[in-house]
Design a protein around this ligand. Structure first.
Ligand SMILES: *[C@@H]1O[C@H](CO)[C@@H](O)[C@H](O)[C@H]1NC(C)=O
Ligand SMILES: *[C@@H]1O[C@H](CO)[C@@H](O)[C@H](O)[C@H]1NC(C)=O
Ligand SMILES: *[C@@H]1O[C@H](CO)[C@@H](O)[C@H](O)[C@H]1NC(C)=O
Ligand SMILES: *[C@@H]1O[C@H](CO)[C@@H](O)[C@H](O)[C@H]1NC(C)=O
Ligand SMILES: *[C@@H]1O[C@H](CO)[C@@H](O)[C@H](O)[C@H]1NC(C)=O
Length: 207
């Protein structure tokens, strides 16, 4: 049991780094549009329009970093031809890792937005990738930016910081207290100037 899975992770890690470098090199990436509704030094509230995400459910219980790699690997295959149309799709940013804590365990999804160029008709993913389409209606998101690499060691405190700020300074409600999302914008080979964000869905703004 032990050695094949270690080996798998070592290989997967290698491929992931290699892949993500290829994906980002020299390509302008598309990002979902939003309107900035409110801005403070340590957080902002954005209104995102409808977005379609391709979402990879990931086995619960493994680390944030391993979950993100495992999910992104499947999404990478999808945009590079592992779909029923054998089409190449545009890479987009950010890559989301959404984690929901429940009493009986947490669930995790890694997501990539689909370019609006497809106007709602997206190529179906190959079934063995186990991907699902997730449609968002317009949503307000509270965002906290942070730099460096998003890792198991630092995401908890960033999430906590956003929760505390919202609790103290913002007059709306958190849609889902037990869910948070980490958004990553840069390829792994960028050692500095990296941008990540914590996202939490909020409602009640401007009511
Ligand atoms: C938790 O339990 C509920 C109800 O039984 C189930 O629908 C859900 O999938 C479970 N969640 C996880 C992460 O196992
Ligand atoms: C995918 O293929 C189907 C069937 O050939 C076609 O109807 C559909 O328009 C194609 N979708 C895209 C996004 O190319
Ligand atoms: C908070 O929201 C309530 C209800 O919408 C409103 O009455 C109150 O004025 C708001 N307070 C601030 C500080 O915005
Ligand atoms: C909130 O969390 C529950 C699980 O606890 C999940 O089923 C639901 O989809 C989440 N809602 C949003 C808006 O993310
Ligand atoms: C990381 O991504 C952000 C958002 O797209 C961009 O502004 C920044 O320049 C990128 N950093 C590097 C080092 O490319």
């Amino acid at each position: 049991m032990e050695s094949p899975s270690l080996c798998y992770f070592a290989l997967a890690t290698f491929h992931f780094c290699f892949i993500i470098n290829l994906v980002f090199i020299g390509q302008a990436t598309d990002s979902p549009d939003y309107t900035l509704i409110h801005q403070e030094s340590d957080y902002e509230i954005r209104l995102y329009e409808d977005i379609c995400w391709m979402s990879a459910p990931v086995v619960q219980g493994i680390s944030f970093q391993k979950s993100t790699k495992a999910g992104f690997h499947r999404l990478y295959q999808y945009i590079h031809g592992a779909n029923l149309n054998a089409s190449e799709l545009a890479m987009t940013a950010p890559v989301l890792t959404s984690i929901t804590q429940a009493p009986n365990g947490s669930s995790c999804f890694v997501k990539l937005s689909l370019s609006t160029d497809y106007k709602g008709t997206y190529p179906q993913p190959n079934p063995e990738l186990n991907l699902q389409l997730e449609k968002w209606e317009a949503k307000c998101i509270a965002v906290r930016k942070f730099s460096g690499f998003a890792e198991d060691d630092n995401i908890k405190e960033e999430v906590q910081a956003l929760e505390t700020t919202l609790h103290d300074h913002w007059n709306g409600t958190l849609e889902n207290k037990s869910s948070y999302t980490i958004a990553q914008y840069n390829a792994s080979y960028h050692l500095s100037g990296r941008l990540n964000e914590v996202w939490m869905i909020v409602s009640g703004f401007g009511a």
